[in-house]
Write a protein that binds this ligand. Sequence first.
Ligand SMILES: C[S@@+](CC[C@H](N)C(=O)[O-])C[C@H]1O[C@@H](n2cnc3c(N)ncnc32)[C@H](O)[C@@H]1O
Length: 354
Amino acid sequence: MLSIKIPLKGINDVKKILIEENLMDKSYKIKTDKYNGFIPIKSQINIEELKIKLNEVGHDDLYRIAIEDVDLESFKKKPISMREQLKGNLTDKEIKDMKTSFDVIGDLVLLEIPENLEKHKKIIGKEVLKFTKTRSVFMKKSGIKGTIRTREIELIGGEDSSRTIHKEHGIKLALDLRRVYFSPRLATERKKVEKQASEDELILDMFTGVGPFPILMAKNKNIEVYGVDINEVAIDYLKENIKINKLNGVVHPIHGDINDVAVEFNEKNLRFDRIIMNLPETAYKFLDLAISLIKNDGTIHYYEFGDDYDSIVNRVENMAIKHDKNIEILDKRKVKSTGPRTWHIGVDVKIVGS
Ligand SMILES: C[S@@+](CC[C@H](N)C(=O)[O-])C[C@H]1O[C@@H](n2cnc3c(N)ncnc32)[C@H](O)[C@@H]1O
C-alpha cells in the first residue's frame, strides 16, 4: 500500500493537505511506529510539492518525508448493497442485470436470478449468504402456482432446509417455504386489516395459509378467528403458530376446502363480522359464498390482481345486489406491485343489509 512516511509530529498537517487534495486513501488506517506515521495515499504524488506546503506551515525536518510501500490495515468497509457484495465476482454488466430486491423470510433469503446469470447461481448464493448473514439462500424456479399457491425453489447457498420462523409485528410465524404460501411483503397489509378489527368480533380467514392474519389479530385483540385452508401442511403450521404465540383471542384452524367448510358453518348458523379473502388469483369465485356468510354491516377484505379499482368494486357490488344487499367501500389500495401496471389490489367493503 502506498503511503507517505512522515515523522510523528507532522501526521496531522500531512493528513490535512492530503485530504484537501483528495489524495488520502480513507479505506486504510494510518499506521505508526516509534518515530513515523504512514498515511495511505491513492496513487503516487509529487513529494516535492508536499514538502513545500509542509515548509509553509513550519516543518523543517523534511528530509525524513518519503513515499513508502507498507502493509496497512483496511477499515474493511462493509458492502452496503447486494450489488456491491457481488463486485469482483460478476462483471459490471452482470451485476446490473441482477434484481436488487429480495425477500428475507426468517433466516432464509428468496431471490430471483435472471436466466443469463444462472451459471453464477452458486457464487451469488455464497455472496448473498455473507451479505445477509442468513442461514440459507434460495432462488425462485417458478412463479406462485396451483391451488395451494406455492412455487418451486432451489437452494443456492447455505443449509438445505426451507423451514424457518419469520417475525413480523411482534408475532412468530413458523413455515416451510417449499410447502406453503408466505409473503413478507404483505406485512403492512396485515397490520392495516388487524387495526380495523374490534374486540369480540367473529372473523373468518377463508384462505389462511400459515395464519399470519389470524395470529396477528388474535395476538393483539380478544377476537375469535376461524382460519381455513385447503393445504394441510399450512394448517399444521397454523396449529404450531397458535402454540408459539401468546394469544389474547382464539384461533380455530380448519383444514379443508372453504366450500365444504362453509356447509358446516351454515349447519351451525355461523355468520361473521369480518371475512378476509386473500386469494387474489381466484377470490372472485368465492365472493358469492363470502357474502352469504357475512353479517349485516360486516366487512369483507377482498383481494384481486388487476390494474383498476372499478371492475373489482363492480364485481363486489353486483354480487351484493344478488344477495339483496348494498355495499359501502371503506378503503381501497394497491397492496403491492405484481408486474408492469398490475397490482395486488385490496378493497375493504362493508356489506349493508337492505
Ligand atoms: C395467497 S395464499 C394466502 C395465505 C395467507 N392468507 C397469507 O396472506 O399469507 C392463499 C391460500 O389459499 C389456500 N386455498 C386455495 N384454495 C382454497 C380453498 N378452496 N379453500 C381453502 N383454502 C384455499 C391456499 O392453500 C393458500 O394457502
